[in-house]
Design a protein around this ligand. Structure first.
Ligand SMILES: Nc1nc2c(ncn2[C@@H]2O[C@H](COP(=O)(O)OP(=O)(O)OP(=O)(O)O)[C@@H](O)[C@H]2O)c(=O)[nH]1
Ligand SMILES: [Mg+2]
Length: 440
């Protein structure tokens, strides 16, 4: 039998002692197997909950609730049955083995979702979104996944595909039907079209990047002179004693990392070595790293000692940091407080003003979740592939290649975009679905 049409089964809940376990079947024989198990007809129970007993021969194994969802109104578009049994490990395994004995096969990771894709209920990008949603560990990542689930990725890519297809079709009509009275697509007319398309792909990728940043956390470097309280701030934000804090200047040498979720954004925090002229070789290596972190960071929290105020060195240092990613913070406000500046006291874990300021800063970035963005490595990779092919086409035009040669690159760009929502390339199927959890 075609493995895509046999009846699969798996546990939808964890194998643990719990109130209820759910065993899910999908496929042509799902109903029949359940009927045998319950010794009860289920044919007129579509989309209803039924009560019954699971039997092994004449013996009752468990009392269950059964939900029948006949094709095509189910997750997989096949006949689906969900058995809710008592959540004991023994009972659950027993029922599973009875179902297997009646001819169902244990499902692979993601196989239910794979069937949903195969049967056209959702496309691949939606399937990935389902996986992302299951794995989401924050409001932001869940929102991103919901966008993908609603099919927005398709809406994002479809117009691009159509636009490109129109260009390709124009070229191919020119080549294949020269007798048609269609204006000829020349390198000159093609160039601006490709250039505009390149720009659209670049925008797509930029937005994907901010989407991924919002999910993985904004890379945030905590920097400043020694002893201003950088490590104290890291600890206050994380609410734990992660980094060593002492009154000795030059305590931190290596980068100490942490991760926090705030209301509007997650931060990937990097506490760094304090910047100063130093004779100590190890400390200097640490300071080199600090400069690297300032370069790489998307947000720089620059700390100044409120008691000492800002000195010339700090002013010089500030000038070197991209103002777009800079936040200036005065720590140790318990020593001296002034109006009109962002003040905290890391040691006293009094940092709400900073948390509020960061949330405010990322309020507008919530747009990322209001609009669909590519959010998986696979889809971003394909969009990059499309961009590269388009750039190749532009080069090809500059080299004054024949139009049919240029068309090869355009077709390649189209293929890459197409693959974002399609499973035509069967070889990648397993790669995608193996990342799912069992039973999904
Ligand atoms: N009064 C006061 N002292 C603070 C505050 N925050 C930190 N300190 C003290 O400042 C000293 C230095 O704190 P750290 O957090 O180690 O400073 P750092 O910037 O990480 O220093 P380096 O790692 O050496 O660059 C410690 O003695 C802290 O207790 C604060 O809000 N108020
Ligand atoms: Mg430190």
């Amino acid at each position: 039998m075609n493995p895509l049409h046999d009846t699969i089964v798996s546990l939808s809940t964890a194998l643990a002692i719990q109130a209820v376990s759910i065993i899910r079947l999908s496929g042509d024989r799902a109903l029949e197997i359940t009927e045998q198990l319950l010794k009860k007809p289920l044919n007129n129970q579509d989309h209803r909950l039924t009560y019954g007993f699971v039997h092994e021969d004449e013996q009752i194994v468990d009392e269950v609730i059964v939900l029948v969802m006949k094709a095509p109104r189910s997750y997989t578009r096949e006949d689906v049955v969900e058995l809710q049994c008592h959540g004991g490990i023994y009972v659950t395994q027993k029922i599973l083995s009875l179902v297997l004995g009646l001819g169902a096969r244990l499902a692979n990771n993601g196989e239910f979702t794979q069937r949903a894709v195969m049967n056209g209920r959702i496309d691949v990008s939606q399937a990935e979104a389902i996986n992302d949603l299951v794995n989401a560990d924050s409001e932001q990542s869940a929102q991103l996944a919901i966008q993908g689930l609603k099919g927005s990725i398709k809406q994002l890519i479809e117009p691009l595909k159509e636009e490109l297809l129109a260009i390709i079709a124009h070229i191919e009509v020119n080549i294949d039907y020269p007798e048609y009275d269609l204006e000829e697509m020349t390198r000159k007319t093609l160039y601006p079209l490709c250039k505009a398309f390149e720009q659209k792909l670049m925008t797509l990728l930029e937005e994907a990047k901010s989407g991924i940043t919002m999910r993985n956390g904004v890379k945030t470097a905590i920097v400043g002179k020694p002893n201003v309280g950088k490590s104290s701030l890291l600890n206050a934000l994380l609410n734990e004693d992660k980094a060593i804090v002492t009154e000795i200047a030059g305590t931190t040498r290596d980068v100490v990392e942490g991760f926090i979720r705030l209301k509007n954004v997650s931060l990937h925090l990097l506490d760094t070595a304090g910047i100063r002229e130093s004779e100590d070789r190890i400390e200097r290596l640490g300071i080199d790293k600090t400069y690297q972190m300032i370069e790489q960071a998307e947000l720089v929290l620059f700390l100044v000692d409120a008691g000492l105020g800002m000195d010339l060195e700090e002013e010089e240092l500030l000038k070197k940091i991209d103002p777009a990613k800079l936040m200036l913070i005065y720590n140790k406000k318990d020593l001296e407080s002034k109006p009109d500046r962002l003040e905290i006291s890391a040691m006293h874990r009094d940092i709400q003003s900073l948390v509020d300021a960061i949330n405010e800063r990322y309020e507008v970035h919530q747009f990322v979740f209001k609009r669909p963005v590519l959010s998986t490595q696979r889809t971003v990779g394909l969009a990059m592939q499309a961009l590269n092919a388009m750039r190749q086409a532009l080069l090809s035009i500059e080299y004054e290649n024949e139009i049919d040669l240029i068309n090869i690159d355009l077709r390649e760009a189209y293929q890459a975009l197409h693959a974002i929502g399609s499973l035509d390339d069967v070889s990648i199927q397993d790669e995608i679905f193996s990342r799912f959890c069992l039973g999904k």
